[in-house]
Design a protein around this ligand. Structure first.
Ligand SMILES: Cc1cc2nc3c(=O)[nH]c(=O)nc-3n(C[C@H](O)[C@H](O)[C@H](O)COP(=O)(O)OP(=O)(O)OC[C@H]3O[C@@H](n4cnc5c(N)ncnc54)[C@H](O)[C@@H]3O)c2cc1C
Length: 327
């Protein structure tokens, strides 16, 4: 296996990876992005982004193309169809990144493999998976597209409650479906939810002890079928959209003990400089613990890692230094 040497290797070509690549390449570092499929990550499937500063509205593919072209103009190299399967730190401090038949070597690696929304796997979910046709996984991203409409929100954790409350500011009617009677979310959020549900003229209602069994419609979502798990009874709920808030799955299985992961699989890193347990290896974007799961924060994370990498390259001892007032 021939070794290919770079100043900076980025694993994943989503927004975090592209942000990191722009800064690294513009700093005259020989930079490569290794991307399993094609660049863009999660945003590649969305046709309308309204919360990326500088663009009132842009599609995921258009933004990806602009971000990739900008990084490439400074010399960043992109390898698509390149899945990283293993990483190893050598005794000389260099990091080996295995990708098919290739072995890439660098002092610095920025891990940006992202996360995927957990799916319910119910009929209709795939068919309508797009805010335009009615199935979404992100209230912060897509709530404004459902202004004045009726939506079903599924889930019972913190994000589910936060995003459902956010949805209720836009939609005319929100029906929250939760498989248990009690919520696992933090007390303060549950109290806020209940206050909203019981408020006069509330547009938010609950279907507890219930699961979503299918999403139906013609060309776009028209109804959700909800089953009460206690009685077995099913109900058709007429709606324009279904928001599924049942968690995120980080794409970190391939790291397999190389860096520390949380129980849920997010990469543990210290929050200011994004340093992992392994010197020279940073984590950025939706793959890391505490990520805000937004496009702009993923890009910012990538940039932060690329900036911090310079401190490590200047002095590897920086890795073990505690957070400083100024760097
Ligand atoms: C449909 C949809 C709409 C969205 N809309 C918005 C929105 O309007 N506004 C907003 O702020 N956010 C939105 N988001 C969320 C936003 O897209 C994410 O927060 C952001 O993409 C995270 O960027 P990332 O680079 O950390 O990870 P990702 O976007 O997940 O990218 C990770 C990349 O790494 C690659 N990869 C994974 N494993 C490997 C490996 N082993 N080897 C090589 N490559 C690998 C993946 O193929 C992927 O390309 C949306 C998400 C979705 C799914």
């Amino acid at each position: 296996m021939a070794e290919q040497h770079f100043d900076c290797i980025i694993v994943g070509g989503g927004p975090a990876g592209l942000g990191a690549a722009l800064y690294a390449a513009r700093d005259r570092m020989k930079t490569i992005i290794l991307e399993k499929f094609y660049p863009g990550g999660q945003i590649i499937t969305t046709d309308r982004i309204e919360n990326y500063p500088g663009f009132a509205e842009i599609s995921g593919p258009d933004l990806t193309e602009k971000m990739m072209a900008q990084a490439a103009a400074f010399g960043a190299e992109l390898r698509t169809g390149s899945e990283v399967t293993e990483l190893r730190r050598r005794d000389d401090g260099m990091i080996e990144v295995a990708c098919g038949k290739d072995l890439f070597v660098s002092k610095v690696v920025i891990l940006t493999p992202g996360s995927s929304y957990r799916h319910l796997g119910v009929p209709g979910e795939e068919e309508f998976r797009n805010a335009g046709t009615g199935v979404s996984y992100c209230g912060t991203c897509d709530a404004p597209f459902f202004k004045g409409k009726t939506v079903v929100a599924v889930g019972g954790g913190n994000t589910a409650i936060e995003d459902t409350l956010h949805l209720s500011k836009f939609a005319a009617k929100v029906i929250m479906v939760h498989r248990r009677k009690e919520f696992r979310a933090t007390k303060v959020l549950v109290e806020e939810l209940m206050a909203k549900v019981h408020a006069p003229d509330s547009n938010l209602s609950l279907m507890l002890d219930s699961t979503l069994t299918s999403i139906e419609g013609s060309g776009k979502v028209q109804k959700a079928v909800v089953k009460n798990v206690k009685t077995g009874q099913t109900n058709d709920v007429a709606c324009d959209g279904v928001f599924i808030f049942v968690g995120m799955v980080p794409n970190t299985a391939f790291l397999n003990g190389f860096v520390d992961l949380t129980e849920a699989g997010f990469i543990r890193c210290e929050p200011a400089y994004l340093r992992t347990r392994v010197p020279g290896v940073f984590a950025a974007g939706d793959c890391r613990v505490g990520a805000a799961m937004q496009l702009v924060t993923a890009v910012a994370d990538g940039v932060n890692a690329a900036m911090c990498m310079k401190h490590y390259l200047r002095d590897p001892k920086w890795w073990d230094e505690p957070l400083a007032d100024a760097i």
